[in-house]
Design a protein around this ligand. Sequence first.
Ligand SMILES: [Zn+2]
Length: 341
Amino acid sequence: MKTFYAEEQKHHNPKGFLSSGAPQPNPEKPERVERLLAGARAAGSSIHRPRNHGLAPIAAVHTPEYIEFLENIYRRWQLIPGASQEVIPNIHPINRSGSYPASAVGQAGYHMADTSCPISAETWESACWSAWTAVEAAESVMQGEPAAYALCRPPGHHAFADVAGGFCFINNSAVAAQRLRMGADRVAILDVDLHHGNGTQGVFYKRADVLTVSIHADPVRFYPFFWGYADERGEGAGLGYNYNLPLQRKSGDDVFLEALQSACKRIEAFAPQALVVALGLDAFEGDPFGGLLVSTAGFGRIAEAIASLHLPTVIVQEGGYLCDELGDNLTAFLTGFGSAA
Ligand SMILES: [Zn+2]
């Protein structure tokens, strides 16, 4: 299986975020890329650079005002006397259907869900290349590759059509799914990241052509708190096309694989022509977030179960943070996928 990745994705280097109100180093570090590249190589994957695909595939998922915000907010922020180095919001609208402010501070609050997605001079460039990596992987699958791995960084699944959040700016999995839709009537997205894929759910919530399925730690006591419950099933034409499988904290391989069976059943019933796997590796038992207890071998079993759907598959990297086994977990997933495909 080919891996897609561009060096520019490493330039984004967020300094901090708030955890339970306390300033902490941001865990979404560029070093993640080195570990993941090593993991992909160990699985026998070759690394390929994506092309610049322009704004069209990003604009197919995100609003014009949000794209303009992401592209320009760092420069605008520097004009504010006494402002922080990185763009970090400090006020949010209770009602998002109200007015749209002209102020950079107001727009930061409007377009950023939390403090964990600071924007620096390099963020927009890295986020675009991350999205183009997803597009390139989608195109290679559309041209007949059975599967491709997009080493996307920064990640994407917490980004809504017009809101960043949780280390995410452009929703790479949604961009890949939308690109696949150009050659497929129905596309499914299966999100196995530790955290609920709230942005992806939000993008497709009212649509029946893209099924969104997410397995994650129960948000009742875990980020993103306000989304990811089992009763969120879609809306309007999309009713029944969103499927959430929240798991109790500290669940291990067997519980995860049981939920995955239900997820695969739902995907088979939908009969998509292509699949996007939003691959977070932070459900790992040794991940710093410590929400679930999936083992390294468990990622291999998860991959085998997904591969047995026998769908053209784009694997998009989401979370998974620095720990000794980060690369091994990717190797286990890609190897497991290849052995069962
Ligand atoms: Zn995550």
